[in-house]
Write a protein that binds this ligand. Sequence first.
Ligand code: ATP
Ligand code: PRP
Length: 219
Amino acid sequence: MQKANNDELILALSKGRILEETAALLDAAGIALTEDPETSRKLIFPTQNPKVKVIIVRASDVPTYVQYGAADFGIAGKDVLQEHGGAGLYQPIDLNIAKCHLAVAVPKGYDYQNAVRKGARLRVATKYVQAAREHFAAKGVHVDLIKLYGSIELAPLVGLSEAIVDLVSTGNTLRANDLVEVEHIADISSRLVVNQAALKLKRDLLQPILDAFSKVAAG
Ligand code: ATP
Ligand code: PRP
């Protein structure tokens, strides 16, 4: 098993949005990828810095790799971190990338406020069970949460649920599916997460990268 050792750093990233929006940060820190993960089947990639490698994992798996020290640091959305719980992770920098918000949405014409007022037990489909549970518990609204892994907006269209909790950015996906946002739960962006032991043992390697990320994130 390849595991991070003390004279190298492993950064966990996910393909797609995070990889794209991280490019400027990686450049600034001198750790730009020298191959494109979007066109390769490899999962471990070299960077401009021979001491730093990037591993490509599912977005929701980033905190797990960092928690167990299989990666020293990673970049993950606040949505993903809240579901994971954040155990063993130091979260020093809000990178201000992959910005969106978590919201409750329902089909156009569905009287959500009235259903809530009447104490109806709502079925809510979501990938973000933890965040949804906390949100509805704080409001005292009774819900049955239905865990999905994608295409959340489909659930109310086919009678799987009355409402959804999902990420919204432009609102295009809601509009395309005749859904409307009825509650804004939380603003979301991506954070740098660092393994707590790596922070102590590899500070010399890590600190310049964290400083470069902070500088770019601060604009
Ligand atoms: P997984 O592969 O683990 O299911 P995913 O498909 O949600 O994850 P991405 O779509 O790449 O992964 O999203 C990565 C992160 O980007 C999310 O965790 C969230 O913080 C953020 N994000 C998701 N959707 C949007 C969006 N439409 N606009 C901006 N940021 C977003
Ligand atoms: C995310 C999210 C919403 C959509 C919102 O999906 O799950 O469906 O973006 O963005 P919008 O408000 O700009 O339309 P994504 O594009 O990541 O696809 P996914 O289903 O693979 O998560």
